[in-house]
Design a protein around this ligand. Structure first.
Ligand code: FAD
Ligand code: SIN
Length: 534
């Protein structure tokens, strides 16, 4: 049994921002970060476009960034949270820079080169070529490595958070006093499930894109943290709001994850077109190719379905090659590797699951409904994104809430203690799996169900069909889980089924179309109070 002052699940932008601040300011406290594969493998690592922050006070303002965020969120953002994130954002980005993160400068060499993406009324995106996330992840890991009281345990798979339930107490979704004491985690090298006790735990486990067949998210994005909190009877919300990125690279060979063609390419002048080279976005929104993501993704989906094609196109042929290469070297090389020279040929693009707007419900200090359990980053629903996230607001949210949890826990940590009497993991009655195919095939079926019935366009019939199919998968997987030795693959399948259930259930209870949730049965928006307890 291991005891640490603070346990963090996840080594992306949110988890590491918190862990670095806590470790640096409290050298007497032990901070332990679990990460399920390599420390650098996360959604953060793949972020392309950049971090949105009000940087140029002459042209931009907090009010404009707030309005853009609220507009994208389609009436469901919490205004006080939007204001907090927008106003605290620039200071947090400055800290990232002080920790060694590089962002591109403009031709003068003294000002940052601010990019533009869909839904933004000004240029306000700081970026490092098309590798912003890679650069942030690098700088954070380097900084974390300098702190003696910060330990990163890689290849540690968190299975469940520990609560009163593990002490044999009765806990329900309506219990108001659930407490978190740490977590059980599988050490992938020894195959032993370890008990890690913590005075406070921070969930920063990222998104769940792998619940769909085509996603820009790496294979680690399986919604583990949200599923753990849901199993522990914590509050989860807004799960129906799945963001599909309009422009993933269409690759007939199929790849997982699919490669993203950043929205920044459209901010740079790339235009969405059909196979004949005609624009079509004017039919859907006055902002055309730079309308918010929900609108563009639905428009492309609609065009693809009407025309019976597999993809639409992004035309970059009119752009300056030297500048394009300077800004988007990774995208350029990836396209060329597939035989598509973006300067000669239009890039085939298709929408793909990209971001989860809902998740673990938190307040403005990152507190969840479970005592001593905090959460930040993509696994949360803070109220910033509402029904649709504004581009490049996600890294920003991770930075701001990582900091806010640090402030809150700095006040509380000395008053907290470890829980006594926690039992070790009980693996009695389980044996090694005989057929891995049961897991791999169920995973395929799950992705197929979600992509076919709970995608960009939904309906009551499709959702019901998904629900019925998911129920069968759920029952089969629970039987397997209760009789089989635990493996990361089995845990991920189980967590993804929970994600699928939550997305489908939430979608079925929202009787309107709003933001990222569009249903043919309720095509209009109405005042809808979403107070369902999932
Ligand atoms: P992540 O960075 O995903 O980190 C999650 C961590 O949790 C990982 O370390 C993982 O190993 C760990 N973990 C998960 N489950 C477990 C478990 N069971 N046990 C132990 N560890 C676990 N956002 C922007 O703002 N701007 C962009 O330009 C942008 N571009 C993007 C491009 C792509 C291709 C993608 C996929 C996303 C992009 N996003 C962008 C979204 C953004 O990158 C993510 O939302 C953000 O990085 C999430 O950070 P996080 O710290 O919450 O989670
Ligand atoms: C992109 O670069 O298009 C992704 C930006 C984001 O998801 O915020």
């Amino acid at each position: 049994m291991k005891k640490v002052d603070i346990l963090v699940v996840g080594s992306g932008v949110a988890g590491l921002t918190f862990a670095i601040k806590m470790a640096e300011n409290h050298p007497d406290k032990s901070i332990c970060v679990l990460t399920k594969t390599d420390p650098g493998e996360s959604n953060t690592r793949y972020a392309q476009g950049g971090v949105a922050a009000v940087w140029d006070d002459n042209k931009d303002s907090y009010q404009k960034h707030i309005e853009d965020t609220l507009d994208a969120g389609d009436g469901l953002c919490k205004e006080e949270i939007v204001e907090i994130v927008v106003k605290e954002g620039p200071v947090r980005v400055n800290e990232l820079i002080n920790w060694g993160t590089r962002f591109d400068k403009d031709k003068t060499g003294s000002l940052y080169d601010l990019g533009r993406e869909g839904g933004h009324s000004e240029n306000r995106i700081l970026h490092y070529k098309d590798l912003t996330g890679w650069e942030i992840q690098r700088a954070l890991l380097e900084k974390a490595g300098q702190l003696a009281n910060l330990e990163i345990l890689d290849q540690y798979f968190a299975i469940d958070i520990i609560t009163q339930h593990h002490l044999g107490r009765w806990v329900t979704r309506l219990s108001s006093n659930i407490e978190c004491y740490g977590c059980y985690a599988l050490n992938r090298e020894t195959n032993i499930i370890e008990t890690i006790l913590a005075k406070a735990t921070v969930m920063a486990s990222g998104g769940a894109g792998q619940v769909y067949k085509a996603t820009t998210n790496p294979v680690i994005a399986t919604g583990d943290g949200i599923a753990m909190v849901y199993r522990a009877k914590g509050r989860v919300e807004n799960m129906e709001f799945i963001q599909f990125h309009p422009t993933a690279l269409f690759n007939p060979a199929g790849e997982n994850p699919v490669f993203l063609v950043s929205e920044a390419v459209r901010g740079f002048g790339g235009i969405l077109k059909d196979a004949d080279g005609n624009e079509f976005m004017q039919k859907y929104d006055a902002r055309k190719s730079l309308a918010p993501r929900d609108i563009v993704a639905r428009a492309i989906d609609n065009e693809i379905k009407q025309r019976g094609t597999e993809h639409m196109y992004l035309d970059c042929r009119h752009l300056n090659k030297e500048e394009f290469l300077k800004h988007f070297p990774t995208i350029y090389n990836k396209c060329v590797g597939l035989g598509i020279d973006p300067m000669q040929t239009m890039i085939p693009v298709v929408p793909a699951c990209h971001y989860l707007c809902g998740g673990i419900k938190t307040d403005a200090l990152g507190r969840t409904s479970i005592h001593n359990l905090y959460a930040c980053g993509e696994c949360t629903s803070t109220g910033l994104h509402g029904a649709n996230r504004l581009a490049s607001n996600s890294l920003l949210e991770g930075l701001v809430f990582g900091h806010r949890i640090f402030l809150e826990l700095s006040q509380r940590i000395d008053s907290l203690d470890w829980k006594e009497g926690i039992p070790n993991w009980n693996a009695e009655g389980t044996s090694d799996p005989k057929e891995m195919v049961l897991i791999t095939q169920s995973l395929k079926e799950l992705k197929e169900i979600m992509s076919s019935y709970v995608g960009i366009v939904r309906s009551n019939v499709r959702l019901q069909r998904a629900y019925d199919r998911l129920h069968i998968l759920y029952e089969e997987t629970e039987t397997l889980y209760n009789s089989t030795t635990i493996s990361p693959q089995l845990c991920e399948l189980r967590n993804l089924i929970t994600m699928a259930y939550l997305i489908t259930r939430s979608a079925a209870t929202r009787h309107e179309s709003r933001g990222l949730h569009y249903t043919t049965d309720y095509p209009d928006q109405k005042d809808f109070l979403d107070d369902t307890i999932l």
